[in-house]
Design a protein around this ligand. Structure first.
Ligand code: GLA
Length: 402
């Protein structure tokens, strides 16, 4: 494990006063004890997000039963920002006439409101960032009633890191960590519990240092796209990160694309299943008012959500692959286990089905479980053939594994 200089110093400081690291991370706030669930505007609406659309999304979370299934955060992504006034106060642009009123509306539905900024002078979509106004912005978010901040690196790279230390990558990384720490402290100083979501695409092993500066989740990769290859590439990049996730601090393989683009039903199902196995934040990113029933059925599958929200918070891991089929497992509370068999390749013919190897999963003999997509009981036995369509998945919960 690579330890950054600042993390090393933090470790020394905390060890000196006898505070275990995990206790300190937990005392930062009781938010995100399970992976955050909700909806974010970016993946479908991008710069078209506005007050009306956010209210509609909140209404739909309630009407579709998604709120009851656990989707609580309604997150406004980039492009809400207007200009700063003479006192440095940032005003929302014309798309958001009254952010406090919007927060009140979202809260009145029993939901929480999230917002977006970044440590640079500008956000990724070139709207006003928080550079030099971190405390002021954090206080304003708290005054509005904001419950979640996604903080996106973007222009901080060229405007600060590359400018101040053009030839020193290590110095650049220190600046980046300091910038995230600054906003972490500013949020904490508000006294309001605010989920802190780091978005810097997994640079400098963010999973090693983000929890100590108050990060509740951190992006591990570049941006997701509503295409199978993007989803599968991101999934493959999560291997080995399972050690870093736990209550209060999660790896973030990016928001959901379920229901977006041309993803097939199997692909939507597999994407959602694997984000559950990864203990990933479940932030739907689709057009909720026009959601198809089969997409709603995927997003509200309570058994799959229960895997994602398992209280132990242990992220799943890939156990083995056989050709293009990947087998993952996730340990759950009470000794239960989830097993996912994913056909990442093309259609397989019935004469060449995949054969399950229970021994590799540490299981002995036939196992009784529940197929979480058919809802039916299923028996898993060693060597059993499993036929899966291209990009489809078998997701099984075993309550009493042997
Ligand atoms: C970056 C982030 C995305 C989104 C956009 C907004 O690309 O990774 O998730 O927030 O910025 O501009």
């Amino acid at each position: 494990m690579r330890v950054s200089a600042s993390m090393f110093l933090t470790v020394l400081a905390l060890a000196a006063v006898g505070i275990p690291l995990n206790t300190r991370a937990q005392s930062a706030g009781a938010v995100a004890q399970t992976p955050p669930m909700g909806w974010n505007s970016w993946n479908y609406f991008a710069e078209k997000v506005d007050d009306k659309g956010v209210r509609a999304a909140a209404d739909q979370l309630v009407a579709t039963g998604m709120k009851d299934a656990g989707y609580i955060y309604v997150n406004i992504d980039d492009t809400w920002q207007g200009k700063r006034d003479a006192s440095g106060v940032l005003h929302p642009n014309e798309k958001f006439p009254d952010m406090k009123a919007l927060a009140d509306y979202v809260h009145s539905k029993g939901l929480k409101l999230g917002i977006y900024s970044g440590p640079g002078p500008q956000t990724c979509a070139r709207y006003e960032g928080s550079l030099g106004h971190e405390e002021q912005d954090a206080k304003m978010y708290a005054d509005w009633g904001i419950d979640y901040l996604k903080y996106d690196l973007c222009s901080f790279r060229e405007a600060v890191m590359a400018k101040q230390s053009p030839n020193d990558k290590a110095a650049q990384m220190k600046m980046m960590i300091a910038a995230y720490e600054k906003m972490g402290k500013a949020l904490k100083a508000t006294g309001r519990p605010i989920v802190y979501s780091l978005c810097q695409y997994g640079w400098d092993a963010v999973w090693e240092w983000a929890p100590e500066l108050g990060g509740n989740l951190w992006r591990t990769t570049g941006d997701i796209q509503p295409r199978w290859q993007s989803i599968y590439d991101i999934l493959s990049q999560q291997e080995g990160l399972e050690a870093y996730a736990g209550p209060g601090h999660w790896n973030d393989p990016d928001m959901l694309e379920v229901g977006n683009g041309k993803l097939t039903l199997a692909e939507n199902r597999a994407h959602f299943s694997m984000w559950a196995m990864l203990a990933a934040p479940l932030l739907a990113g689709n057009d909720l008012p026009n959601m198809k029933p089969e997409v709603k059925a995927i997003l509200t599958n309570k058994d799959v959500i229960a895997i994602n929200q398992d209280a132990m918070g242990k992220q799943g891991r890939r156990v083995y692959s056989d050709g293009e089929v990947d087998v993952w497992e996730r340990d759950l509370s009470g000794g239960a286990k989830a097993v996912a068999v994913l056909n990442a390749g093309s259609d397989r013919v019935s004469t060449h089905p995949f054969h399950l190897n229970l021994g590799k999963l540490g299981l002995h003999g036939a196992q009784s479980g529940k197929d979480l997509w058919t809802g039916k009981s299923v028996q898993l036995s060693d060597g059993m053939p499993i036929e899966l369509a291209s990009h489809d998945i078998l997701l099984v919960r075993i309550d009493a594994p042997k």
